[in-house]
Design a binder for this molecule. Structure first.
Ligand code: SF4
Length: 283
């Protein structure tokens, strides 16, 4: 299985390795999952129709604009995510309206769905999605508490990182790659049927989203390293560091979605991908 939360990677995969599409995870990206939940679960709680809600995502990514406009990301005539602003655009907007961010009072995110975990924070760095998934997979499969949350083998800037995780009755071979050059190396193996991996994370941008195409121009490796260190520090300092322990997510499943992978979860949180041989038509 391969991760599918990076639209730069998904687009590349659909165009260049269409015969391998069945290996892509059907899970939508966090952005599109959040949009779908905002327009259903949150709409219900707030007494609004989906049409009365405009979802705006702030992203490090130009390809997220494309993802939000995909016809698969929405239902009943509305989109999961209406507007995507890159971080670069957000900075321009802040400067344009003359906001002094440093002078604004600290505030919590709105509830519900305002609570995030360390596992969510590290998604922004190459290896972070894999590490977040492993924290949950390990505990769900073994039924034991994971004592050491850091999977150091999947951290850092190496183009392709490999590791083996021992689960009961099975060693799981994993790989993490960033940039499309490294993705190609991994995909040539998958295409030939000689890949040794069970689970592969791929991010299109160098370093992952911390080096995304929507980030301020002039990002260097030194800046990427600082951003990566900042994400791991956020993770270390958060009280909840595993996705499945997020009480907002537990309530969401309990009150609205039902079982993970159940019918409603499948309809709202999952999607499909397909071969692309002609330009998309957007809604
Ligand atoms: S790695 Fe790049 S293309 Fe992929 S989601 Fe992050 S910023 Fe977007």
């Amino acid at each position: 299985m391969m991760t599918s939360c990076s639209p730069g990677w998904v687009n590349y995969m659909e165009k260049h390795f269409p015969t391998c599409i069945d290996h892509l995870s059907s899970a939508k990206s966090p952005m599109s999952m959040f949009g779908a939940i905002a327009k259903t679960y949150y709409a219900e709680k707030a007494g609004l129709t989906p049409q009365e809600i405009v979802t705006v995502s702030i992203m490090p990514c130009t390809a997220k604009k494309f993802e939000a406009a995909r016809p698969e990301m929405g239902r009943d005539g509305y989109r999961d995510v209406d507007i995507v602003l890159t971080t670069r655009e957000l900075i321009k907007l802040i400067k344009y309206v003359g906001l002094s961010i440093g002078k604004l009072p600290e505030n919590d995110f709105d509830s519900p769905l305002g609570l995030s975990t360390g596992a969510g924070a590290i998604f922004g760095a190459t290896g972070g999605v894999m590490e977040a998934a492993l924290r949950t997979v390990y505990e769900k499969v073994t039924g034991k508490t994971l004592e050491k949350l850091e999977f150091m083998d999947v951290r850092g800037f190496d183009g392709i990182k490999e590791a083996t995780v021992s689960l009961p009755g099975r060693d799981v071979h994993i790989a993490v790659a960033h940039t499309l050059k490294n993705a190609r190396t991994i995909m040539e193996q998958v295409k030939k049927g000689i890949s040794p991996y069970d689970f592969i994370e791929i991010m299109a941008c160098p370093g992952g989203c911390i080096g995304g195409g929507g980030q301020p121009i002039g990002t260097t490796n030194a800046i990427r390293k600082k951003r990566m260190a900042a994400l791991y520090e956020i993770d270390r300092n958060l009280p909840i560091r595993k996705s499945h322990e997020n009480p907002d997510i537990q309530t969401l499943y309990h009150d609205f979605l039902g079982e993970p992978l159940g019918e409603k979860a499948h309809e709202l949180l999952h999607t499909h991908y397909h071969k692309v041989d002609k330009p998309y038509t957007f809604n």
